[in-house]
Design a protein. Structure first.
Length: 188
């Protein structure tokens, strides 16, 4: 992994994605801070950096397919698939809908999902892991061999244990504490 790119991405996350205020997370838990990775992932350089660095983690786990729940996993999945294309790595991407839409193909899993591929689930920020576990369950029901959960940022609030109980290896790029520390250093 390129340490210089990792440092640059940490700086972008701290500048663009970190907020201190009282709020409720998707897990239902309260928090005094929020890391909105989409604000980084929808910047060209942010998407590039996240894709390149996360691809290193995905390839190291032997995963050939990556995806997660809509909407949280969309930007990070796209970044990884784009990086894979640039490097000539055969990785497909998908996303899981919370509900099957009543029109079109009426699928819960959309994208380039392939049931036979070794699969990883991904999210931008992970707290308890509930969204990634839901995606893993849907992918398994559709025939995928799900081995790994990935996160751009881990909040350290129970996901590791939840993934272990589900038989998933857990790999992440940053801890929330790394992002918080960098943001506070920037604020000075």
């Amino acid at each position: 992994m390129d340490d210089q790119l990792r440092e640059e991405l940490l700086e972008v996350l701290a500048r663009e994605s970190y907020f201190e205020r009282e709020l409720t997370l998707s897990s239902g838990r309260g928090s005094k801070y929020y890391i909105d990775c989409r604000r980084t992932l929808y910047l060209g350089r942010g998407a590039y950096l996240a894709g390149e660095l996360m691809l290193d983690l995905v390839v190291a786990q032997g995963v050939a397919q990556i995806g997660g729940m809509a909407t949280g996993a969309l930007a990070i999945t796209d970044a990884v698939v784009g990086a894979a294309y640039r490097r000539g790595v055969d990785i497909t991407g998908f996303f899981v809908r919370k509900e099957i839409k009543p029109h079109g193909l009426q699928q819960q899993i959309e994208g380039a999902f392939r049931p036979h591929r070794l699969t990883g689930v991904i999210d931008d920020t992970v707290t308890t892991g509930a969204s990634s576990l839901a995606a893993a369950s849907a992918a398994r029901e559709a025939g995928a061999r799900v081995s790994t959960a990935f996160a751009l940022v881990d909040r350290g609030e129970g996901a590791r244990e939840a993934f272990a109980r589900a038989g998933l290896t857990y790999v992440y790029l940053f801890t929330a504490e790394e992002v918080r520390a960098r943001a506070r250093k920037r604020a000075g």
